[in-house]
Design a binder for this molecule. Structure first.
Ligand code: ADP
Ligand code: MG
Ligand code: ZN
Length: 332
């Protein structure tokens, strides 16, 4: 049977700020474990978070650069779950009222331009990091580093509009480029400032309804994202061809083996019990503020390409990355 691939991406982007989302600890990468912490980002009782204005403005600029509507009222919510890297027992995120909605990003694959919808962009704090003792010569022990706890993130959620791993790659390259041009993130994948979850399903060609999706978590390089999606499409195709069904589950990609494996099924999925965070006031955003920030959005990659084509008459300009073997002009 012939199948069509359907992909939706959830991308976590670290927003460039000097200090964390709700406290004045530095966001600096590479300091000693737990050096960048205070009672607020350690989740001590009795402390109160205060939102970093620079982060909010950068997040608004990310929304504007991706054609999202900035919601005049949005608010933070608590996402409740237990994990040792989450000292408060909840993550401050946004849920029913996110910052940005209904945006889009244009991509170009094999000369065909395509618009990929953005469902939402919301703001949230990062969690800490567990370091397992096996790597430190003390097997059986785990250590936790809270330096990343409270580092500001935006989560960019796409519509299920992508139809191949190449389109997913083109989307990520374009999103990364837009965020870099706008200056809101350095999108450094090695340092974890851009991380991607891919939702993948297939359906028989011609079928309207989407198939059951699996979610591939924490893909941190373009190569792995593409490979993980391709493996997953093959796996789902094999299942359906055998008359089996795809189980809705979260899977991880093992880059050494080039395979995805099950992490948890839908039945084990979290019930996060979201509710509005009573420690943080709703965020009201007036038109004037949005207009002010709109003026700070620079020429974006797509506009630059179009201007380049107009001025130099180059008929086609691929959105892909230039490889070192291609001749580079220093026009820009
Ligand atoms: P969750 O909160 O469980 O992650 P969401 O509704 O927020 O669920 O969807 C997450 C992502 O999954 C979005 O990017 C969306 O486009 C994508 N998605 C939803 N349904 C499908 C599907 N059938 N196939 C592929 N991607 C999908
Ligand atoms: Mg998800
Ligand atoms: Zn702190």
């Amino acid at each position: 049977m012939k199948y069509e691939t359907v992909i939706g991406l959830e991308v976590h982007v670290q927003i460039k700020t000097k200090t964390k989302i709700f406290c004045s600890c530095p966001t600096e990468f590479g300091t000693r474990p737990n050096e960048n912490t205070c009672p607020i980002c350690l989740g001590m009782p009795g402390v109160l978070p205060v939102l970093n204005k620079r982060f909010l403005e950068s997040s608004m600029r990310a929304c504007l650069a991706t054609h999202c509507t900035i919601e005049p009222m949005n608010r933070f919510a608590r996402k409740n779950y237990f994990y040792p890297d989450l000292p408060k027992g909840y993550q401050i995120s946004q849920f029913e009222l996110p910052l940005g909605t209904n945006g889009y990003i244009n991509i170009n694959v094999d000369g065909t331009k395509k618009r990929i919808g953005l469902t939402r962009i919301h703001m949230e704090e990062d969690a800490g990091k567990l370091i397992h003792g096996e790597n430190l010569g003390s097997p059986g022990k785990s250590y936790v580093d809270f330096n990343r706890t409270g580092v500001p993130l935006c989560e960019v959620v796409s519509e299920p509009d992508l139809r191949s791993s190449e389109e997913a790659r083109a989307y990520l390259i374009e999103l990364k480029s837009i965020l870099e041009y706008t200056g809101v993130s350095d999108c450094n994948m090695e340092e974890g400032s851009l991380r991607c979850d891919a939702n993948v399903s297939i359906r028989p060609v011609g079928q309207k309804e989407f198939g059951t999706r699996t979610e591939l978590k924490n893909l941190n390089s373009f190569k792995f994202i593409q490979k993980a999606i391709e493996y997953e499409v093959d796996r789902q195709t094999r299942l359906l061809d055998q008359g089996d069904t795809v189980k809705q589950e979260t899977r991880l990609y093992d880059s050494d083996r080039g395979e995805t494996f099950s992490m948890r099924s839908k039945e084990e999925a979290h019930d996060y019990r979201y509710f509005p965070d009573p420690d943080l006031v709703p965020i009201m955003i007036g038109e004037a503020w949005v207009d002010e920030l709109r003026k700070t959005i620079p020429e974006l990659p797509e506009q630059k390409r179009e201007r380049f084509i107009k001025s130099y008459g180059i008929p086609e300009y691929d959105t892909g990355v230039l490889t070192s073997s291609e001749p580079l002009a220093d026009y820009f």
